[in-house]
Write a protein that binds this ligand. Structure first.
Ligand SMILES: N[C@@H]1[C@@H](O)[C@H](O)[C@@H](COP(=O)(O)O)O[C@@H]1O
Length: 382
């Protein structure tokens, strides 16, 4: 079978990802970041809350370790939009000037919950910054500050893959800017880390062709599995959840996601394990690596087909597992930027092989005017 007959938006975006990260990082120069968030407000922030919906929320989980290690802000939270908007105690908003710094992410700037988050932050005296690709969007207008992604136009961005690379890259650049401004990293460290983002993304370029072909072949069987169950810890949870989201968005497949500990308590019991694909994202220096390996022993015993995306050597895992060994990141916080690529390819090819349209557009029940369900939800400030 010729894979080019099954070419698709996910595969095309995955091939472009290494260079695309460079484009975004290079656009995040000193002036842009400085204009997006004044120095005094960076110093004021005693707490950071990152929030968004779908991929944009996951981008926060992917970038959290970097905010924690370099920003110098002790309290960094990544919150689901619904939790920040409706459940975070209002007494925690504006208790000190420009605190918390609420960072919203929304590529379109049009989803109701992010507009609501920006309005809530403003209403209770917290600071707000929106990372978006549309400076005229409702969420951008509701935010005090905007960091514009400026993704190249025209471009192919749906279902979100390059847009996810853009928001993770922008968050990383912002974290480094905050850390530099607060004096928690030196100018030299700052430059080295910014360059590391570009170089890490570029290090995937030589792997893409082989990854593309291998993923096409895997999609031939994985598309028919009853369920695909993703596992990742902490920032790798973003990659796991992202893989699951792409299965839903590309072909409406059945998926689950968990962390390596809870999986042993819960998802372990899914019946007919030979019909469930397991996808693990883990790296040799992750603090839970030994726990992930224990969990993978259970996966092997259950007989589930299994893919591992990792910087560790194949020999660390059962022989029958499909191991994607990715480049070793010079900083552990970089891995989530690119380790989603194997499943991006697999979900894109699966949809094409199944003859299903992204976002189920082939079924009228899923086609709604302008995404009513997420864009016309009532804004409520509590
Ligand atoms: N299916 C899409 C997701 O892929 C997207 O991540 C989310 C947030 O979109 P935005 O970043 O524009 O706020 O909206 C929808 O739910």
């Amino acid at each position: 079978m010729d894979k080019m007959q099954f070419d698709n938006a996910m595969a095309r975006q995955a091939r472009l990802a290494p260079g695309f990260v460079r484009t975004i990082v290079e656009s995040m120069g000193y002036d842009k970041l400085n204009n997006a968030l004044p120095l005094t407000e960076i110093w004021d922030a005693q707490q950071i809350v990152i929030t968004g919906c779908g991929d944009s929320w996951l981008a926060g989980i992917a970038a959290r370790p970097l905010f924690e290690s370099v920003s110098g802000v002790k309290n960094v939270q990544v919150m689901r939009n619904i939790e920040f908007n409706r459940y975070m105690d209002k007494g925690q908003l504006g208790f000190s000037p420009n605190t918390p710094l609420v960072i919203g992410i929304s590529i379109s700037g049009t989803v109701s919950r992010v507009v609501e988050a920006m309005e809530r932050a403003q209403h209770y005296g917290a600071n707000s910054l929106l990372i978006t690709d549309d400076p005229d969007s409702p969420a951008a207008k509701a935010a005090r500050h905007v960091l514009l992604l400026d993704m190249p136009k025209p471009g192919e961005y749906g279902p979100g893959l390059l847009s996810y690379c853009a928001s993770v890259s922008a968050l990383m650049c912002l974290a480094l800017r905050i850390g530099r401004a607060r004096g928690f990293i030196t100018d030299g460290e700052h430059k080295k880390m910014v360059q590391a983002i570009v170089d890490y993304a570029a290090s995937y370029a030589p792997l893409i062709e082989e990854m593309d072909q291998r993923c096409f072949e895997l999609a031939g069987t994985w598309k028919d599995l009853r369920c695909v169950d993703f596992v990742g810890d902490y920032a790798d949870y973003a990659t796991a959840f992202f893989g699951s989201a792409k299965i839903l968005e590309t072909y409406g497949g059945y998926t689950t996601y968990d962390d390596s500990e809870d999986w042993c308590h819960i998802n372990y019991f899914l019946r007919d394990p030979n019909t469930i694909g397991r996808v693990f994202i883990t790296n040799s220096d992750t603090p839970s690596f030994n726990r992930v390996k224990e969990t993978l022993v259970a996966v092997d015993q259950l007989g589930s087909p299994c893919i591992v995306v990792t910087d560790a050597d194949k020999s660390e895992f059962a022989d029958r597992f499909e191991v994607f060994t990715t480049p070793k990141a010079p900083y552990s916080w970089l891995s989530p930027l690119m380790q989603h690529l194997p499943y991006d390819f697999i979900s894109g090819y699966s949809a094409e092989l199944l003859g299903v349209e992204n976002f189920r557009r082939d079924n009228p029940i899923y086609v709604e005017q302008g995404g009513t369900r997420i864009r016309q939800s009532k804004i409520t400030i509590v």
